[in-house]
Write a protein that binds this ligand. Structure first.
Ligand code: MCA
Ligand code: AMP
Length: 503
């Protein structure tokens, strides 16, 4: 038995002195050095008693060492569980408990607080500079580690995605899910060992970790590995790249920068966008400025990538292209589940080797969304045009996507409803020129109560990750409801989303 991800992504690079990561400060980490460090970390996991199938929760800043820890988990057969760096201790408590993680690796600055929360599990640290107790432990270990055998259906990663009920769900991703998708994307987007990807995405989500990193590992190329998307650095390093992947906000920010001209992109092979809708207008402006047609693709945490515009052929603005090879998509009636005729709008269903195993410890949720015939019900509303291009036209799920991060209104409403003086709340998305959408809260005070906006904001800051915090709070005497008692969010959007001043 082998370890499919290790064999395809890591083993081919053993002993290769070729550059893998070009760092912000100017240093370079070769494939070989990366793998040796990862092997030391895999030994460190063993020394900590982490075995195959154990979950390793990781709440650390982006760094080469954080990526080495991912490689170490794959090698050791452990399940990698990356967590958004913006999460607050209150949010982390849920993920740590729900996943039953055996080990938490966190930033040194938060270790004391998290040790209080995660009393039953081992807590080690890894800082943005790669230093910390976990690295110390690893540096005393040997640089050889025989990969732990894994089967196609063994779990490789657990990624939490928020849910419409307010409870986050852990998407169980197998070796086969991740490898089949990386293979499909390398082929579809023509990645080779000559490619240098500008990587400014976070590595705690599917986009930066599986789409960007796994693709580059499989292709054998290099990454300009930046801690975050900062236009100055991106513009300075773009000349050394051949490709870039980003959320739409990356592209609108580049277009907003007068330094970004046709010369900045003339040498580039490919720009790819995903995680949120890329406005057709942005697509056209980008082409007018650079001559490049951004390649838009569509995916989800549960499925990795499903569809992509073609590499050769027309990249059609406002569409997400065709199903990737080996993956089926169809549009179904939201109520009956019946297949809809071509051209009609319905819910998009997806089937293929990319589709996850189900939600961690949530068999009922899994049954609701993942059918026995293998189709996953995405909750996205789509139409397939006469030429076969998939258009994502809306969402059947109550979801806001802010700068590529998902925010489920229910989670924020449940939190707001606990605040003193708040009778009830409704959270909606408003169009935002930089983030695509942003979060607005409408609150109804309890009779006689006066809500203090500063206190509300302070509570939100303490408890909620920054990208989830409402950027605007409006007050109402009562929420508009239909005869069934359901809050009429469309009315709230008409009333507040259009008049709100983005910040
Ligand atoms: C940061 N802030 C945000 C966001 N990011 N607010 C709303 N939405 C956001 N996305 C807030 C911070 O809390 C902070 O608030 C202030 O903005 C500045 O923080 P900073 O970190 O400096 O922000 P930034 O550098 O401007 O970040 C914006 C960003 C970033 C570059 C768009 O959010 C980003 O890299 N997004 C990528 C998301 C992504 O990778 N998604 C993939 C999901 P304060 O000042 O109040 O503290 S995977 C997925 O969706 C599927 C599988 C797919 O198809 O890919
Ligand atoms: P996540 O839960 O973070 O995996 O987000 C997945 C969701 O992001 C999908 O269900 C879509 O709603 C949205 N999404 C991802 N890529 C695109 C895209 N290219 N166009 C529109 N929506 C997208």
């Amino acid at each position: 038995m082998t370890n499919p991800l290790h064999d395809a992504l890591f083993a081919p690079h053993e002993g290769r002195p070729t550059p893998f990561l070009y760092l912000q400060g100017g240093g370079t980490i070769s494939h070989d050095t990366f793998l040796q460090e990862a092997a030391r970390m895999a030994n460190a996991l063993g020394a900590l008693g982490v075995g195959p199938g154990d979950r390793v929760a990781v709440h650390v800043q982006k760094s080469p060492q954080a990526l080495m820890l991912y490689a170490a988990c794959i090698r050791a057969g452990a399940v990698f569980l990356p967590l958004n760096t913006a999460y607050t201790p209150r949010e982390l408590e849920y993920f740590i408990a729900d996943s039953g993680a055996a080990l938490l690796v966190c930033d040194p600055g938060e270790a004391d607080v998290l040790r209080e929360i995660a009393q039953d599990i081992r807590v080690e640290t890894l800082g943005p500079d790669g230093a910390g107790s976990f690295r110390d432990l690893a540096s005393g270990q040997g640089a050889a580690f025989a990969p732990v055998p894994r089967a196609d259906n063994d779990l490789a990663a657990l990624l939490y995605t928020s849910g419409t009920t307010g409870r986050s769900k852990g998407a169980m991703l197998t070796q086969k899910n991740l490898l089949s998708n990386a293979e499909a994307l390398v082929a579809a987007w023509r990645f080779t060992s000559d490619d240098v990807l500008l990587h400014a995405l976070p590595i705690f989500h599917s986009h930066g970790l599986f789409v960007a990193t796994n693709v580059m590992l499989l292709a054998g190329g290099a990454m300009i590995f930046l801690p975050k998307f900062d236009p100055d650095t991106v513009l300075a390093r773009l000349p050394d790249a051949t490709t870039m992947m980003g959320v739409p906000t990356f592209y609108t920010r580049l277009l907003d920068d007068p330094r970004f001209g046709s010369g900045s992109a003339a040498h580039m092979r490919l720009f790819i966008s995903g995680s949120a809708p890329l406005l057709a207008e942005t697509h056209r402006q980008f082409e007018a400025r650079t001559g490049h047609r951004i390649l838009e693709r569509y995916g989800m945490t549960e499925t990795s990538m499903n569809t992509s515009n073609p590499y050769d052929g027309e990249r059609r603005a406002g569409t997400v292209g065709f199903a990737l090879p080996g993956i089926e998509v169809k549009v179904c009636d939201p109520d009956t589940g019946a297949d809809l005729p071509q051209g009609e709008i319905g819910v998009l269903w997806v089937r293929g080797p990319n589709v996850f195993e189900g939600y961690w410890n949530m068999p009922e949720k899994t049954r609701e969304e993942l059918r026995e015939d293998g189709f996953f019900i995405t909750g996205d509303l789509a139409r397939i045009d006469a030429d076969g291009y998939v258009h994502i036209v809306g969402r059947g799920k109550d979801l806001i996507i802010s700068g590529g991060f998902n925010v489920y209104p229910k989670e924020i409403e449940l939190f707001l409803d606990t605040l003193p003086g708040v009778k009830e709340s409704a959270v909606i998305g408003a169009p935002h020129p930089d983030l695509g959408e942003s979060v607005i809260a409408v609150l109804v005070p309890e009779a006689g109560a006066t809500l203090d906006p500063a206190a509300l904001e302070a509570a939100a800051k303490r408890e909620l990750a920054g990208f989830k915090r409402p950027r605007h709070i409006a007050l109402l005497d009562a929420l508009p409801r239909n005869t069934m008692g359901k809050v009429q969010k469309n009315q709230l959007r008409d009333r507040f989303a259009k008049t709100f001043q983005p910040r």
